[in-house]
Design a protein around this ligand. Structure first.
Ligand code: LMR
Length: 333
């Protein structure tokens, strides 16, 4: 009698709560450092929506924006330790964990536009770079866009000489360090979450970023001038903890890959608009004065930064830089 009662109770529990895998979904913690209404924030939220849909709720994606869980350097360590399962750090942030090759994307003026970038990320070089992550316990899943960087400061930045002696916050990339040194400025590596306050309190004088990042962090409110230089690119490498990713069943992984493919197309399809809208909002706010360079001033900036290619060739790899340049010049059919 007692045994029957126990069995009945177990059945009732099963009916009430469903089978074990339905009540305990696989959790993916996706940590990032920017606001939800940015190209990366929107793509991460789209991935969550699609991943949960395509796995029929067997996977639950928890997106943690705005460095809520971890700052830049910590999030990569957390991923490697398995404390979070997914991230999308910028290309510039892989150097400190020993992968310098992604810094090639940081070279000044290396990418004239997004279609050119796509030739690299969608081609064999893009695939090879993702493979480098395996050795660090990460699976490289996709490239997500942000956009092109602008310079901000409390001083008018027109000519290379205007940068001399100013402190600029940079991401943790030696190429970016060399870039600011080529202008006579003083680069300072700092986590993204600390930039606004450092600009506000004068710890640094200026920074470079995309309009969507500047606007959503309110940096333009504490920077008198924004110079439209488009001198560099910020994009992301979506990475998963390799053990976690490889440990999924083929069905789950296929569903997640489909979600990733579609979220990537969605995010990359609207990153340019996100940045255009942010720029328009910055202009509307009237809090920062915009400076547009003449072709001559633009040429002077390019010339000043040219030595960077040689300066970092030893670190990033001369053949890699050459291959990158070749791919960006290849014609698309
Ligand atoms: C930065 O640190 O400036 C950016 O990489 C932040 C981001 O993730 O876009």
């Amino acid at each position: 009698m007692r045994r029957l009662f126990m069995a009945a109770a177990a059945c009732a529990a099963l009916v009430l709560t469903g089978p074990a895998d339905a009540q305990s979904p696989i959790i993916i913690k996706f940590s990032h450092v920017v606001a939800p209404n940015t190209p990366k924030g929107l793509a991460a939220d789209k991935f969550k929506e699609l991943a949960e849909k395509y796995t029929d709720g067997k996977v639950k994606v928890e997106v943690y924006p705005n460095s809520q869980l971890y700052k830049d350097k910590e999030e990569l360590e957390a991923l490697q330790l398995g404390a979070v399962q997914m991230l999308a750090p910028s290309n510039s942030k892989f150097g400190p964990i020993g992968i310098r090759e992604f810094e090639v994307f940081d070279l000044p003026y290396i990418l004239p536009d997004l279609p050119t970038l796509r030739k690299v990320t969608d081609g064999p070089l893009g695939a090879r770079l993702l493979k480098l992550l395996d050795a660090k316990g990460m699976s490289g899943l996709a490239y997500w866009d942000n956009g092109f960087k602008q310079m901000t400061a409390n001083k008018k930045l027109v000519a290379p000489a205007d940068y001399k002696g100013l402190k600029f916050r940079i991401q943790s990339s030696k190429v970016l360090e060399a870039q600011f040194r080529s202008l006579g400025a003083i680069p300072q590596v700092m986590a993204f979450s600390e930039v606004y306050q450092s600009l506000q309190t004068g710890v640094v004088d200026g920074q470079e970023n995309t309009p969507s990042n500047i606007y959503t962090q309110k940096m333009h409110e504490v920077q008198k001038y924004t110079t439209l230089t488009n001198h560099g690119y910020i994009g992301y490498v979506v990475v998963a903890n390799k053990k976690f990713w490889d440990g999924q069943t083929p069905e789950i992984r296929a569903a997640l890959e489909k979600a990733m493919k579609e979220a990537t197309a969605y995010g990359n399809g609207q990153s340019a608009k996100e940045n255009d809208d942010a720029l328009a909002e910055m202009k509307k706010s009237g809090k920062t004065e915009f400076i547009t360079l003449t072709p001559e001033q633009d040429a002077a900036m390019r010339k000043a930064m040219e030595p960077v290619y040689n300066d970092v060739a030893g670190r990033v790899g001369k053949p890699l830089i050459e291959e990158f340049l070749k791919e960006t010049k290849a014609t698309t059919n």
